[in-house]
Design a protein around this ligand. Structure first.
Ligand SMILES: Nc1ncnc2c1ncn2[C@@H]1O[C@H](COP(=O)(O)OP(=O)(O)OP(=O)(O)O)[C@@H](O)[C@H]1O
Length: 258
């Protein structure tokens, strides 16, 4: 199932400060989209808008052409899963219980866990490479291990749209690539996936890139069209080189201070 997620003239102001200046972005419903941009450019703010947890100052977020904010919280949660900074409430749970949190939007009002919920949560842990820790306390995991379990909770939600804020944070080089491969396979399965990433070479594994600069959309489109050396140099104020990586043949970005 695919979902059409887009913003129209999206403006966000916080305490009188304008953070997003009228963003028009259609998140491609096929393939993996990387959201990149310097620190403070507005990535997390934009992602919070795309998940509907915060309302815009002006403009709109559209889901399948309708106003996302008109949907109830539970209905939104059935459609959109989010992986962001961890919540304190997760710390008291086992990893399986954290994964089961993803089933909540699909459960009845009493929230009882069915055999099917448990199966989906266990599958999600397996897919995220976290099943070995199912019975461990979430608090006892390393940062990278927690990241995988939080991804499993999002998978257990069986969303049509998956929004991730720096999903490779804390992950080692191999685990980062495995996460990107998992996100790509979800996209292949028809899930709309958008992930904020800092590593531009990692972003090169995506299909599409949206580049934010100072709260504005500097560019959006296929990876090779957006991640050019000139644009990276201008937006990040660095010297940049973009070329095929000798190992993978894929786009690799190297940068140096001016
Ligand atoms: N309450 C606030 N008042 C003023 N400015 C704010 C407030 N909250 C956020 N901002 C600013 O909004 C801008 C965008 O923040 P956001 O977290 O969206 O950026 P980001 O691109 O995700 O950054 P990073 O890469 O560092 O995580 C930042 O400059 C931040 O300081």
């Amino acid at each position: 199932m695919s979902g059409g997620l887009a913003t129209q003239g999206l403006v966000v102001e916080v305490d009188g400060t304008r953070i997003l200046h009228g963003i028009d972005l259609a998140v491609p419903s096929t393939g993996l989209t990387a959201l990149v941009g310097p620190n403070g450019s507005g990535k997390s703010t934009l992602l919070r808008q795309l998940t509907g947890v915060e309302s815009p100052t002006a403009g709109a977020v559209l889901l399948d052409g309708g106003d996302l904010h008109a949907l109830g919280r539970r209905e939104r949660a059935r459609r959109i899963a989010v992986v962001e900074q961890e919540a304190a409430s997760e710390l008291a749970l086992t990893c399986l219980e954290v994964a089961l949190l993803g089933r909540m939007p699909h459960q009845g009002l009493l929230g009882s866990t069915s055999r099917e919920d448990r199966r989906v949560a266990e599958d999600a842990l397996e897919r995220a490479g976290a099943s070995a820790w199912a019975d461990r306390s979430f608090a006892s995991l390393s940062g990278g291990e927690r990241q995988r379990v939080r991804l499993a909770a999002a998978l257990a939600q069986e969303p049509s749209i998956l929004v991730l804020d720096e999903p490779t944070n804390h992950l080692d080089v191999r685990a980062s690539l495995e996460t990107i491969a998992l996100l790509r396979s979800l996209a292949d399965d028809g899930v709309t996936v958008i992930a904020a990433l800092h590593d531009l070479t990692l972003a090169g594994w995506a299909d599409h890139v949206a580049l934010l600069a100072d709260g504005r959309l500097a560019a959006a489109g296929p990876v090779a069209e957006v991640l050019t050396a000139e644009r990276i140099a201008a937006v990040y104020d660095v010297r940049a080189h973009v070329g095929p990586d000798p190992l993978t043949g894929r786009l690799a970005v190297t940068v140096a201070l001016p």
